[in-house]
Every structure is written in C-alpha cells, then in structure tokens.
Design a protein around this ligand. Sequence first.
Ligand code: PSV
Ligand code: MN
Length: 404
Amino acid sequence: MTEIAAGKDLTDRAIEARAFEALDAFQIEIPSWGFANTGTRFGKFLQSAAASTIEEKFSDAAEVQRLTGSTPTMALHVLWDLPNGVDDVEKVRLLEKEHSIRSGSINPNLFQDQEYKFGSLCNPSAEIRGKAVEHVVDSIEIAAQLNARDISMWVPDGSNYPGTQSIRHRIGWIEEALQAAHSKLKSGQRLLVEYKPFEPAFYHTDIADWGMALHLAKVAGPQAKVLVDTGHHYSAQNIEQIVAWLIHTDMLGGFHFNDRRYADDDLTLGSIDPYQVFRIFHEIHAAKSDGLPLDVAFMIDQSHNLKGKIEAMVQTVMSAQELWLKSALVDREELGHLQGRCELVKAEELFRGKFWEDVRPLLAAWREERGLPVDPLQALRDGGYVEKITAERQGRQSGGGSYA
Ligand code: PSV
Ligand code: MN
C-alpha cells in the first residue's frame, strides 16, 4: 500500500467510526397513529393493512424496528390507544414485552370530546378546564406506570372569531393548568409543550409559537420543556434558529418531525426541504460538540393517507438517519475556524458540501455491521409482513386511529 493509499484508508476508517457512532446514538420514536387509518377533513382512503387495535400497532412498530434498528419506542395517544386510561396499562405492558417495543411519549387528547368545543385547558368554563387538567393528570399517571418519561402536551385551543374570547384570560388559565399538571409529574418525567400557529382554531391559537411555549414551559415548572413540531411554523420561519435559541436557554425537549409545503401537511420528513432537517440536526450536533448537556427526544409525527403506512414509516426513518448522518459528518472544528475568520464561502461550502454527500453507502455498511437489513425498504417488500397483515386485517372497518 502506498503512503497515500494508507492515509486514505485511515481517513475512511475514521469517518466510518464517526458515522457508526452517530448512527448508534440515533433513535427516533414512531407514532402509534402512523399505523392507523387517517385522512383529511374531506375523507379517508382506507387501507386494509392499517392497524385498528393497539395490538396491531405494536406489531407494526416491531416490524419498523426490526428493519431499521432505530425505533425502539412508540408514542401513544391516550384516547386512541388507552381508551380505558390506566386500566389499559397492563395490556400495554404485555404488548411491550411481546414485541420488544417500549411505550414512548404519552399524548393526552384534549380535542375529541364535545365539551372541548370552546377549548380545553383554556375553556372559559372552570369545570371544563378542570376536566381537561384531570385528563392530563391521568395521562401523567399512565406515563408513570409505563415508565414513559415524556408527556407531550399539544393544546388545540384557540378561537375562530375576533373579539369572541379574552386572549389574555386564556393565558392565565393555561398557566394555571400547566402548573397543576406539572405538580403531578414524578421525578424524571417531563412535560413537553408543543406549539402550533393555527388549526383547529383559525383566528387565534392559545399556544401559537415557540415564544409562548417557552413562556408556558417556564411558568409550568423545571420539568417542562418545549416541543418543536417542524410542521407547526409559518412558511418562512427559520426553524433551526428557534432550535438554537431553545438549546441556548436549555428549553428544548423534543421534536415532532414531518415536512410541510403549505401548512401542517405532515408530509414525509425531508421530502420537501431536506436541507432544513440537515440544518436542524447540525444545531444538535454543534451543541453536543460544544459540550452542552442535551436531552432531546426525536419523534415522528406523521400519519399517511396515501402511502403504505409501514412503508412510509420505514422510509421516514431512513431519511432521518441519512440527514442525521450527513450533519454528523460536518467538520465542526474547521467550520468554527472558518466562522471565526468570517470566511463565508469556505464555511458555507464546507457546510453544504456535507449535505450533498451521499452517505447511503456508509449507512449500508452500518446496517450490515449491526445485523440489520442493508436495504430496509426492500427487506420490507421481500419479508411479506404487509401481505400477511393485509390478509389478516382485510375487510375490517377502521378505528383506533387519529381523527377517527
Ligand atoms: C397536532 O397537529 C399534532 O402535531 C399533535 O402533536 C398531535 O398529538 C398530533 O398532531 C396528532 O397527529
Ligand atoms: Mn405534533
């Protein structure tokens, strides 16, 4: 071997080691509702293979984990997955064991009950607010019994017509509600406050953006953090800047990943703007390189109406792994020097150069080394799981899914 070849071999091995380390550290939670029949407000296109029971959702999650090796937990939505509340915990525990999938974040449901027509935690009726808080407290108990750390709070409240609600009074009510919920957290648990600018309310949303979520998380207590759903921003918003601010203030709790073209479209992660996901991941890697103690939950929040559900989930995890790996490989030390010297073009080329690099061979090598299918999508097609569940589930009506 020439000296140059030996040097290249050493570099290749160093890159591979770095890549494997990054991939080993990467886990992303999949949502139970991603396996169920869902639709738009115009209707649903039903899929025979869709899961309609919690048993089927665990089974589907196990298939995604078998193929990708990066999804050991599944987010649960309380009303959809544990309609009997804590009474369903034992059943979920058995499913966790059977499928080697742990329960991930627990999502209270504050939007399906008729009583929530004018809001849940921000409803002008103290009685309804109390009921909503009770549901959150029950969800915290479910999480505790399932050893799940995070309770993801998406509060759908808002109003549709100017002048019809006191925006300020509602701030006070939600502060009280989140404090009450926070006081019930066990040690180690976290309350993640998710924001969204619109939908289902179209005039004002009570937690519309990251500033409001940050304020509310701070008011709620030390175990509350902010959850960034990438689909919950106005079109031109710089999401990685929000992420950097939340990291700086030690208030970043987690992500719901999906992509968007217009609004909260829940499109496949990276399908519209993969560079944005790369830039977000870069902020995470950069903070880690700077030695900041980050503890961020990566979760997928997508439920596909047209794509095969398991196929879409596997594809999403693969995209996440690719973008995570690309951003992991940025030479941050060199980037730091270039930033310090304001060498703009060199810095940008170094940064975006990694975005354009094809990391799929590295991912394939990692999969092979870890005993995973080298091409998870092909393995899904070859494995016959979808055909099997299609036959088993065929003809049954949908249920147990999001917006069902
Ligand atoms: C609301 O749009 C949201 O992002 C919340 O996280 C919900 O829990 C989830 O979607 C339901 O799909
Ligand atoms: Mn979300």
